[in-house]
Design a binder for this molecule. Structure first.
Ligand code: NAP
Length: 258
């Protein structure tokens, strides 16, 4: 399979105001792609535009809440009008919470699913007609190792990423015949603002200072897109956790419950 040329690609990136999405947008622009960057914090998107010296045609910013249907349809409409088409959607915006399931309200799981599951699913639905006519088109879903292995105190987040993976894999098969790649990316814990912006913290939210940087995650995603890889488990420890979950499920649950 030939490499994907990112130069000239027209890509929507959600969650572009910080962390992985911010770094990814910078790298995609550096590779010559056009990016429509979105998130709620307009000031952050604006500083992204200042950080990278590219013209307004190359970087289009649109502040909005990705859980809002109007935001999603506006994004696709902007791509149609600004670029007359679309080659990629990167569903990166995400959120989570820490705390026991039995101490949480229903709103927590619903909020997390709106951002992590329904928003990417519905944005993709709207984008598919344009992607069908795109160049080496793709949908990239930023999942997590926690979309493969469930952790206590993060039940809603894990459930949302498991759901995203199920949908993503099914979609990959459905779209094969149409030439649209569906890419699943599963980072481990990554240094970003993620743990500062959790919906609720009812327990410890410590981030290992040795965890991957957002910049490294973004770099690996760009390389994977260029090589047309469709499944990206970013670290050996993430892969080891998957194997442990498969081979020693009871032991792993016992260890995790401590
Ligand atoms: N950090 C980790 O340890 C880790 C590990 C595995 C996977 N991931 C996944 O990686 C992705 C990026 O996370 P990150 O680590 O880069 O965290 P981050 O720095 O907090 O970035 C999250 C992004 O999502 C946006 N966002 C959140 N809710 C939104 C909403 N309702 N509407 C629009 N945008 C929204 C945020 O922007 P605004 O607040 O400006 O809207 C921000 O740009 C997420 O899907 C996350 O689940 C992260």
């Amino acid at each position: 399979m030939s490499r994907r040329e990112l130069r000239g690609c027209r890509i929507i990136v959600t969650g572009a105001s910080s962390g992985i999405g911010y770094e990814l947008t910078q790298r995609l622009l550096a590779a010559g792609a056009n990016v429509l960057a979105t998130a709620r914090r307009a000031d952050r998107l604006q500083s992204l535009a200042t950080d990278v010296a590219v013209g307004q045609q190359r970087l289009v910013i649109h502040p909005g809440d990705v859980t809002d249907a109007t935001t999603r349809s506006t994004l696709v409409e902007i791509a149609r009008q600004a670029w007359d088409g679309l080659d990629g959607v990167i569903n990166n915006a995400g959120t989570g919470a820490i705390g026991r399931f039995d101490q949480a309200e229903e709103s927590r799981v619903r909020q997390i699913f709106e951002v992590n599951f329904f928003a990417p699913v519905e944005l993709t639905r709207l984008a598919l007609p344009l992607l069908s006519a795109g160049q080496t088109p793709f949908v990239t879903n930023i999942g997590s190792v926690l979309g493969h292995v469930a952790m206590p105190m993060k039940s809603e987040y894990c459930a949302s990423k498991f759901a995203l993976r199920g949908w993503s894999d099914a979609l990959a098969s459905e779209l094969r015949g149409r030439g649209i790649d569906v890419v699943w990316v599963a980072p481990n814990t990554t240094r970003s603002e993620f743990f500062d912006n959790l919906i609720e913290v009812n327990g410890q939210a410590a981030v290992n200072p040795l965890s991957m940087s957002s910049e490294l995650v973004a770099r690996k995603i760009v390389t994977a897109l260029q090589r047309r890889r469709t499944r990206l488990l970013l670290t050996a420890s993430g892969r080891a956790l998957l194997v442990a979950d498969f081979v020693f499920p009871r032991l792993l649950r016992r260890l995790l419950s401590r």
